[in-house]
Design a protein around this ligand. Structure first.
Ligand SMILES: [Zn+2]
Ligand SMILES: [Zn+2]
Length: 257
């Protein structure tokens, strides 16, 4: 049976787990191993079942725990070849044993147990950033985070997804009137920054997403308010959704909530 969970999302750490009970993998690993283990246990998933980590990009909140996990157990780290080539220092800093590194290209299919995955390009201030599309039996799951804008390709993929993990980083008005210096505001709302609540909701409409559930992820704790997003989402979409509060965990299994 497919299990999945948001282990945590936001600027202090990001990780998502997918499992069939025997084989598990992560998208991103921004935690210490102790913290990761604690979060996995909440969903009754053993750390030792984690066979791979698929990385969206090399920012520390997404990638800083990949090396420590791979040094502890023989998990493979799947990273876009462009991010390794164009950010050699950041990549080296992760300290992943090289025999466990698997560089991937967009749309190159990787099989892990009963799962197959491929990545697709996103637009972020970390070269070679990607999102991931996962297939398990007849279920498709998509993780789209840390992107300044969405593309036609993203929309086509979302149309085929059953479960969508979608960035809603900031509320436009809160960002504009908030405490960040102007250069940072322009970085966040620029084409290599993050998706706003408005962009995320428009994306859902434009893509014709017809899946079962949306997890809104990577909310800024300074420039967003989960209640605001919740209200706006209720007005515009019919699909059940979860607004993931900073650093909290979310899964579909009621006993894990
Ligand atoms: Zn980032
Ligand atoms: Zn991020």
């Amino acid at each position: 049976m497919l299990q999945y969970a948001v282990l945590g999302s936001g600027s202090s750490g990001n990780s998502y787990v997918f499992s069939d009970g025997t084989v598990s993998f992560l998208i991103d690993q921004g935690y210490s191993v102790v913290e990761l283990k604690r979060r996995l246990e909440r969903f009754c998933i053993g750390l030792e079942t984690v066979q791979a980590v698929f990385v969206t990009h090399l920012h520390p909140d997404h990638a800083k725990g990949v090396g420590i996990l791979c040094r502890r157990q023989p998990a493979g780290a799947y990273i876009s070849s462009r991010s390794m080539l164009e950010q050699p220092d950041q990549f080296a800093k992760l300290g992943i044993p090289l025999q466990q590194v698997f560089p991937v290209e967009p749309f190159e299919v990787v099989e892990i147990g009963p799962f197959s995955l491929f990545c697709f390009a996103t637009s972020h201030d970390s070269a070679g950033s990607v999102g991931w599309f996962i297939t398990y039996e007849d279920q498709n799951l998509m993780v789209l985070t840390d992107t300044g804008f969405t593309t036609v390709e993203h929309k086509q993929l979302a149309k085929d997804a059953n479960i969508l993990f979608l960035e809603a980083n900031y509320d436009k008005r809160m960002l504009e009137t908030g405490p960040y210096p102007l250069y940072l505001k322009r970085r966040i709302d620029g084409s290599h920054g993050h998706l706003s609540n408005e962009q995320a909701l428009l994306f859902l409409k434009d893509s014709g997403f017809a899946g079962n559930h949306i997890y809104f992820i990577h909310l800024s704790d300074v420039n967003n308010d989960p209640a605001l997003l919740e209200k706006a989402a209720r007005r515009t979409i019919q699909t059940p959704f979860t607004v993931c509060h900073k650093n909290q965990w979310y899964g579909p299994q009621p006993e894990a909530l």
